[in-house]
Each structure stands twice: as structure tokens, then as C-alpha cells.
Ligand binder design. Structure first.
Ligand code: ATP
Length: 297
């Protein structure tokens, strides 16, 4: 009996694995089909920027029809200004960045850059205008210089040196035995979360886009690393329209406008001081984070 049971059991296992693989394949194809729905319209025009203001006009969005994520969201970032987005995990902060980059199209409302609806623009020109500093940057196995330069193949040595300065990486690079020739990545030098994010800032700067989206790392950074990133971001903000998705409020007190999101709705907006004076949700978050910082220092 057991001689019969074992092969049948094995066949059952093979059947389940094949079923699962087919489901994965279906899911993947579904994803590809959805992704390919974001394509240039027949009459798409290239984006023409003049300072790069951003406008969300009554934007609504859902990844799945029965679960709205953003609800009637409106805000404006004037050219050259810095807006910060804060709110609890899952509030929809990163979704705003994904919509701006057109990974997805809005379900309702419009997103405009310098008065041009991004749905009518060529994807190439839109994505060339936006540089993203992701939460967790991937470094490939090559020199620090190559890791920065890949944002702009053919960048000159002086362009690279300039972004290294702006991203506050000079001191770090000078402390390495082979300077910017030092190998990083899996098989090279392990760099800290803060250094990695500054390499990503340098990369984004080299791209030369007028809009910068900075997705702050959620992982804890020591206060020195945080200060270096804040200093780098302040330099960057001088030349860009910037959108900062922030987890630590201490990093965005200088923002021109802070948007407070709760479950996809904008519940407060204003400068750091205005929001503290309002004594609402932001002020509560500020007090909580101040308490945690005191506890951990
Ligand atoms: P965090 O601070 O944790 O990064 P967030 O405010 O940036 O959170 P989003 O990443 O914008 O939140 O996600 C908002 C909501 O959308 C969450 O409930 C999340 O689970 C859901 N979500 C995000 N990406 C997808 C996706 N690809 N498909 C379905 N739901 C998603």
C-alpha cells in the first residue's frame, strides 16, 4: 500500500506545484498587461518645463477598484519649492510619487506639470524630468564613480565631482583607500544606509531633472547620517522642485509646505510652524517623534 501511496503523494505535489506556477504566470501576465496600459497616446507631446510646478487636481486612485487609496487630493507645488508628504504607513505617500512618474494613471482628476496634463505627455520626456531617490538604493558591483555616473552615461569628471560635493560625499570618498575608484556593492565595500542614500542623491542630481522626488529611508539612521542627508537635500532643493516623502519630521521642518495624509485624504497642510500652531495631527506626530528621540538618545 505504502508503495502506491508514495508515488501518488508525489504526483499530488507535482500537480500542486504546476498549478501554483500557472497562477504565478497568470498574475505576472496580468501585471504586464496592466503595466503596458501606460503608453504614449498617439498625439503625445514632449513635456516643456519652465521651472516645473506640480499640480494635483482632485486626484483619486485605487490599485483595486473596491479599495480607494487616494481620495480627491488637490495640492500645488510652485516651481522651485519643496513639499513634504507625511502620514502613517499606508496613508498613500509613495502612491503620490508613483502617479507623478506615471507608473499608474489616476482614476479621477488630473496631474499637471507646468500646466500640462501628464497623461498627454510622452513617457520619456516625463520621466526624464523627474529624478527619484528611492528608499533603498541598489548599488551594483562597480566603483562608486560608476555607480553615480550611470545616471548619465558620458558625464564628465567635473560633473561627477560637482554632484559628489553637493551630495556631501566628498569626505566619505576621500577617506577610502581608492577614492571614487573603490568598489562597492555585494562583492565590494559595504556602505551604510546613509552613504547609500547620498550616492542615490548624487545619481539623481547628475540626471539633471528639474523635479526631484526623495523617498526617505524608513530604517533608522544615526543622527550624523541624518544630518548629512538633510544637508545634501537642502543643497539639492535650491535647484529643484522637490517632493519629499518623509518619515522623520525633523528632516522636513524647512519645507515650503507639508501635506499631512490620512488614509488617502489631505487633512492638514502648511509650514512646520503653521502646523504646530494648528495643534492637530501634525503637532501630535511631532510630539510623539520628539518623545521617541529623547528616549533613544
Ligand atoms: P509607507 O510609509 O509604509 O511607505 P505609504 O504611505 O507610502 O506607506 P503607499 O505605499 O502609498 O503608502 O500605499 C498605500 C496603500 O496602497 C497601502 O494600503 C498599500 O498596501 C496599498 N498598495 C501599495 N501598492 C500597492 C499595489 N501595487 N497593489 C495594491 N495595493 C497597493
Amino acid at each position: 500500500m505504502i508503495q502506491l501511496f508514495l508515488p501518488l503523494n508525489f504526483l499530488g505535489f507535482v500537480y500542486r506545484e504546476i498549478r501554483r506556477a500557472l497562477t504565478d504566470l497568470e498574475n505576472m501576465l496580468g501585471l504586464l498587461q496592466r503595466k503596458s496600459s501606460i503608453v504614449d497616446k498617439a498625439d503625445a507631446k514632449p513635456l516643456v518645463t519652465q521651472g516645473a510646478s506640480i499640480q494635483f487636481e482632485q486626484v483619486s486612485f485605487a490599485y483595486q477598484a473596491d479599495r480607494p487609496i487616494l481620495n480627491n487630493l488637490s495640492f500645488t507645488v510652485a516651481a522651485g519649492q519643496k513639499v513634504a508628504i507625511v502620514g502613517a504607513s499606508g496613508a498613500g505617500k509613495s502612491t503620490i510619487a508613483r502617479l507623478l512618474y506615471r507608473f499608474y494613471d489616476v482614476s479621477g482628476g488630473r496631474i499637471l506639470i507646468d500646466q500640462q496634463d501628464i497623461k498627454g505627455l510622452t513617457l520619456d520626456s516625463l520621466r526624464q524630468a523627474i529624478a527619484i531617490v528611492p528608499q533603498d538604493t541598489v548599488l551594483f558591483n562597480s566603483s562608486i564613480r560608476d555607480n553615480i555616473a550611470y545616471a548619465k552615461p558620458g558625464a564628465s569628471a567635473s560633473e561627477i565631482a560637482q554632484v559628489i560635493e553637493l551630495a556631501q560625499l566628498r569626505q566619505f570618498i576621500d577617506s577610502l583607500p581608492q577614492g571614487d575608484d573603490t568598489l562597492v556593492g555585494e562583492r565590494g565595500l559595504k556602505v551604510s544606509g546613509g552613504e547609500k542614500q547620498r550616492i542615490a542623491i548624487a545619481r539623481a542630481l547628475l540626471k539633471g531633472s528639474p523635479i526631484l522626488v526623495f523617498d526617505e529611508a524608513t530604517s533608522a539612521l544615526d543622527s550624523l547620517a541624518e544630518q548629512s542627508i538633510v544637508a545634501a537635500m537642502r543643497e539639492v532643493a535650491k535647484q529643484h522642485t522637490s517632493v519629499v516623502i518623509a518619515h522623520r519630521l525633523s528632516t522636513i521642518t524647512d519645507a515650503d509646505c507639508i501635506l499631512v495624509l490620512r488614509q488617502g485624504e489631505l487633512i492638514e497642510q502648511g509650514s512646520h510652524q503653521q502646523l504646530l500652531d494648528l495643534a492637530g495631527e501634525y503637532a501630535k506626530m511631532w510630539q510623539q517623534q520628539a518623545k521617541q528621540t529623547r528616549l533613544t538618545t
